[in-house]
Ligand binder design. Structure first.
Ligand code: ZN
Length: 456
């Protein structure tokens, strides 16, 4: 995976030398010659013709395995200084399956599994070390969803609770998380599997230390030392991250953003959440709050936003915007809203986003027009983001993205119309997310596993 046929830059450099004086390394053989390429991390393969198969490009999941952890010897799983029983069991089981024991570093993995460095599984997700699970927890406004996640991103067990109301104490939320984790640990234990990390994806501002929730709009957390509070109650190492950061990581590792290392994710729900990945790394900002794209001002003096400002992007390109506009038509008594009003049982306040999606799919021109309108605003905002960040790909997630091309086609049109330097620059692609509601928990689990392994 991740490979493509192209002329290799190493080869081009080599040919460049041949036009001048022959490079002294031309006659070298073996490993030293390969390491002498001007771009050794792009290609470590054999002499090629005009093109060859590049097993990955820098920043791709498949390629990072080439240098990741090659000499690192990983310590025991679990809390520092602990892990004797779990480790012993893990090594026994790994041995029984003929797999390399965890905690021995990638070199040992490669030797035992016979996999090449480049193009092999990043952290072994192609099967070499698919023996450990991580728990991912996605804390949203309505539910706490948990899953047992394998190294290939598949979810093999689930648990779920309602999110405690924000008026309850932070302890109640922590109790809920611990309940979900405990339930999943029991599932893993019953199957004889090990859990190496727990990742928490929370809707809110998570500080750069990935331990503290600075602010969560749906919960009572304010400067909450969430990781440490949970770590006192759960033996497995815990990491906390923003839910959109977790989602972009999941889409990059396992979903719609595979193969592109510069990604902007825009999650359209009731508001707009977002996350940013540059050069294969999640960008969190100086304070951990990067990616709050929904509150960029796109209309000076426009609609009031709950953040306190006016004219924020999410007031024009979110589920709330969609429903607000539809309701305003209904309340105005417009005949254009007849179909929508019928779907809402005659009550504008009963109208929901999915009702509008259904109407648009059934061909209601008003619903289609509403999607076109928020799609246009989506395109305008993305063009602004492209001017600042120059991503190769926009991934559109969240509930509203289920509308698919009803939303994305007008977004692409307006993006092209407003992109800085249009006609003179490559255009980022705009695609729908592919992991749906699981992105947050899959990403949280995989990020937490990566922290343990020093790679996220
Ligand atoms: Zn705002």
């Amino acid at each position: 995976m991740g490979g493509e046929r192209r002329v290799c830059r190493g080869h081009a450099a080599y040919r460049g030398r041949r036009r001048g004086a022959p490079h002294r390394r031309r006659r070298d053989t073996g490993r030293r010659r390969r390491e002498g390429w001007r771009v050794p991390d792009l290609w470590r393969g054999k002499r090629c013709g005009t093109s060859h198969f590049v097993p990955g490009v820098p920043g791709l999941p498949g390629h990072r395995a080439a240098s990741f952890g090659a000499t690192r010897d990983r310590g025991p799983v679990g809390r520092p200084g602990r892990g004797t029983r779990g480790d012993a069991a893990r090594h026994r089981r790994a041995g029984a399956r003929g797999e390399p024991a965890p905690g021995r570093g990638k070199r040992a993995v490669e030797r035992l599994a016979g996999t090449p460095s480049a193009g092999g599984g990043h952290r072994g997700e192609r099967g070499a070390r698919a023996v450990s699970l991580a728990i991912g927890i996605d804390i949203g406004g309505t539910k706490v969803a948990g899953g047992l996640v394998r190294t290939d991103g598949s979810v093999v067990g689930r648990a779920r609770r309602d999110t405690p109301h924000r008026s309850t104490s932070p302890n109640v939320v922590e109790d809920t998380i611990v309940e979900v984790v405990t339930e999943l640990l029991a599932v893993a234990d019953a199957a004889g599997d090990d859990v190496v990390a727990v990742g928490i994806g929370a809707a809110g501002f998570v500080a750069r230390d990935r331990a503290t929730v600075v602010f969560a709009p749906h919960l009572s957390w304010r400067d909450e030392p969430l990781r440490d509070n949970l770590q006192r109650r759960v033996r497995v190492p815990i990491a906390v991250d923003n839910d959109a950061n977790a989602a972009v990581w999941a889409e990059w590792r396992f979903g719609a953003a595979r193969g592109e290392s510069n990604v902007v994710m825009v999650n359209l729900g009731t508001g707009i959440g977002g996350a940013l990945m540059l050069d294969g790394k999640v960008v969190r900002g100086a304070f951990g709050i990067a990616g709050e794209f929904g509150h960029m001002q796109v209309v000076p003096g426009g609609q009031r936003c709950e953040c306190g400002n006016k004219g924020c992007w999410e007031q024009y390109a979110s589920g709330n915007a969609l429903v607000r506009e539809a309701r305003s038509l209904m309340v105005a008594g417009s005949p254009l809203a007849t179909d929508l009003l019928a779907r809402a049982g005659g009550d504008p306040m009963a109208l929901t986003g999915p009702m509008i999606s259904d109407a648009a799919r059934d061909g209601d021109p008003t619903a289609t027009e509403l999607f076109t309108e928020i799609g246009h605003w989506l395109g305008v905002g993305m063009a602004n983001l492209a001017a600042a960040l120059d991503p190769g790909l926009f991934v559109i997630g969240g509930g509203v993205s289920a509308a698919g091309d009803l939303l994305l086609d007008p977004a692409r049109t307006m993006f092209r119309r407003t992109l800085t330097g249009r006609g003179y620059r490559p255009e980022a692609r705009i695609v729908a997310a592919s992991l749906g509601n699981d992105a947050g928990l899959i990403g949280a689990a995989d990020l937490a596993r990566g922290i343990r392994e020093g790679d996220a």
